[in-house]
Design a protein around this ligand. Sequence first.
Ligand code: GLC
Length: 628
Amino acid sequence: MTHQFYHVRRWRLFTFLLACILLLTLASPFQTAPVRSQDDNPPYLNPDLPVEERVEDLLARMTLEEKVGQMTQVEKNSINPDDIGPLGIGSLLSGGGGYPTPNDPENWYQMVYEFQNEALNSRLGIPLIYGVDAVHGHNNVVGATIFPHQIGLGATHNPALLEQIGQVVGQEMLATGIPWNFAPVLAVVQDLRWGRTYESYGQDTALVSELAAAYIRGQQSVGVYVSAKHFVGDGGTVWGTSTTGNYMLDQGVTEADEETLRAIHLAPYQAALDAGARIVMISFSSWGGMKMHAQSYLINDVLKGEMGFTGFTVSDWAGMDQISSNYYDAMVTGINAGVDMNMVPYDYHRFINTVLDAVDQGDITEARIDEAVRRILRVKFEMGLFENPFGDDTLLADVGSEAHRELARQAVRESLVLLQNENTALPISEDATHIFVSGMQADNIGLQCGGWTIEWQGRAGAITEGTTILEGIEAVAGENTTVTYSPAGNFDDMTDASGNPVKAEYGIVVVGEAPYAEGLGDVENPTIARNHVTLIEKMRERADKVIVVLVSGRPLLITDVLDQADAWVAAWLPGTEGQGVADVLFGDYPFTGRLSFAWPRNLDQIPYDALLADAEGPLFPMGFGLEQ
Ligand code: GLC
């Protein structure tokens, strides 16, 4: 009996203790449920109120620490998730290659979802805004649809297509929970030796403005916000003026006078703002004797004043640090110059503490902090981030879908520019018996995608899903056509019954550039590689009609070898849908692409103003493109 009684008494004690623990937990000041404010329905959480009312209500509730937290953007591998809530971190990013492991859309969604939950559990529950460089598709994500880089889209001259691409890329981003794109680049490139030439729509301000506006309209129509970048004059730097590593052009000095800067480089920003851009990324480059990140006149007076920009500016990757070797001075100067959010991206504690110290010292006023945070909150409210902080995982099924890839294939077709077509080389007949193909770029997804693909610098190989140019040729060629591929152009074993070398009706040589990004792609002599010329010479011996397809991030100097092939096609960096190239080579679709850059004859015609001054004119003028 005693035994049984003992059990009953112990059970009562256990129940009593459990009740005490529960009571203590509920009353505990360390509860984890999001406690956004004392009243359950504060005005800032009411989506029916005007944005400005929500901004002012929320700003009034924030501590100085929480305000500076909103101005802080941290790279996702550098953040301690436990800091997001307490510090009120406003933004995270994935830099080029900043993917989760495994790298697939579902895992991306999960990663961003977990970070966002930390932010929603902050005292005021302000959602963070997650940003990526989706510069030619959601290009860090394996399986995403990768479109031609902007230089190819520039050759399409098709704003309606750009608007569709903006929508599709935005949908694939939202599928992974990401509402902020560090794109499009608005650079109007003056020197194609720049490693970011391919990130630009071209060399003509009006074309850049028109295509950027279309892309922005498309992307923001699905709820993803763009960043017009890099403000301002990034495409106008002068060779040898960069002080970053061994860069020569990237992050250099834009030596244009103000009138030229406004006419060539600033105009696209007005088009971008008119199209709805609410975020502007500041350029690493310099103008007027100072780093753009310190350029108060252009950021505060021109962008925010004269142009009436009411969104927010974000620095480039540690861009403010370049202002001065004294970190305190650099942060003070950059923030007072008008940089609202700092892409730190690593040591966020140092940034936050430095700014708090500067406010304490009076070097940054709290009014300036309030102005920056007002702008950030305004955009977050406009985006609906408080109502939907998680994107839309129902779109996951559409990432890399057939429909999206078909749009990318269309973009590839329309990006191709026919530079020369002699000996009726093109279109290729489907009745051909033999087609020989050579060149590494023919059968390599990584090479045809270029930089900013899965990895920051991109890389060769089967880095993601897609169709190579060769696979496209094999799929479109006639059923009686034998397609033979030799990367090195060796077709010695192709002989007839008598052992004589077979000569193909068509020889396609696919060559160009290896992947690169930013200043690592700055090149002194952008000429076609000697070993690629050798491939053309070898093909000349083995095919009746020789076609060169250039897979490159810029026009290459080909003047001296032009006559060694019958046809030349600029394919730029087509992305994952390589079969778009074959669609046009075989005549299933016409060539419609037209150059968005003038094609120089020689080095003396680089940069652009040297070409304009040369009476001989370019090898191919801007707007050039044969139809057949
Ligand atoms: C890079 C680039 C910028 C990019 C950012 C985040 O350095 O300059 O275009 O958006 O860092 O990856």
